[in-house]
Design a binder for this molecule. Structure first.
Ligand code: 5RP
Length: 222
């Protein structure tokens, strides 16, 4: 079984009837949704708050009942993937561009269960993956300048035809090459202080259990 599939299915089995779940975004989450859908068909009574239009449409296709933060401002558990996880369970997220809603839903949850294949586990964040930030379109030129001052090389994420990607919230995603992030909490604070940045992909102090799917077919829960 794929390492993502191992982690996704394991996390979907943690859900219990009566729970409202946050549902992340990405290919690992897609495996969790498949398993959740099987359990719903077997009688599991859960509802999910999706973190993206993509996850919303998958849930509708799979028959997973949906709800909103308006109806359920407190969630029992969120299941979400990550692009990188370090030994302190700090994350980089946003490879799929859904970081804003993902951080809101994770923060609204009693526990964020992170699901990854073992290739996502790193010693230091930001060496092998770019840090995404979500930016209001009007502010992009100013934010790019401020990001450079923070020591990274930023660029606006675009489609193949060169048109900028538009997030589910109508914003731009700027990817930042840091070549290693020494103090993720400090950087998260600094990014949050830049006007025009709506959210950044550093998730510090949010992860509960981290479920790692291993190439040998095993699971490690941190
Ligand atoms: C989307 C995310 C995803 O969780 C992250 O990119 C991992 O994706 P995948 O499971 O496809 O590897 O943060 O914004």
């Amino acid at each position: 079984m794929d390492t993502k599939q191992l982690a996704g299915r394991y996390a979907a089995d943690l859900g219990e009837s009566g729970w409202v779940l946050g549902l992340g975004t990405g290919s690992t989450v897609a495996f969790a949704l498949e398993r959740l859908a099987e359990r719903v068909r077997e009688g599991l009574d859960v509802r999910g708050v999706p973190t993206s239009l993509d996850t919303e449409s998958k849930c509708r296709r799979y028959g997973i009942p949906l709800t909103t933060l308006e109806e359920h401002p407190r969630l029992r558990m969120t299941i979400d993937g990550a692009d990188e996880v370090d030994p302190q369970k700090r994350l980089i997220k946003g490879g799929g561009g859904a970081l804003l809603r993902e951080k809101v839903v994770a923060s609204a949850s009693e526990e964020l269960v992170v699901i990854v294949g073992e290739n996502k586990v790193v010693d230091r964040l930001g060496v092998g993956f770019l840090l995404p930030v979500e930016v209001v379109p009007f502010a992009v030129p100013y934010v790019l300048r401020r990001l450079e001052e923070l020591g990274c090389a930023p660029f606006v994420r675009a489609h193949q035809d060169g048109k900028p990607l538009v997030s589910d919230n109508g914003n731009r995603i700027v990817d930042c090459r840091f070549d290693g992030i020494d103090e993720p909490e400090e950087l998260e604070r600094r990014l949050n202080a830049v006007p025009g940045i709506v959210e950044n992909g550093l998730f510090c102090g949010l992860a509960g259990r981290v479920v790692v799917g291993k190439a040998d077919g095993g699971i490690e829960v941190r």
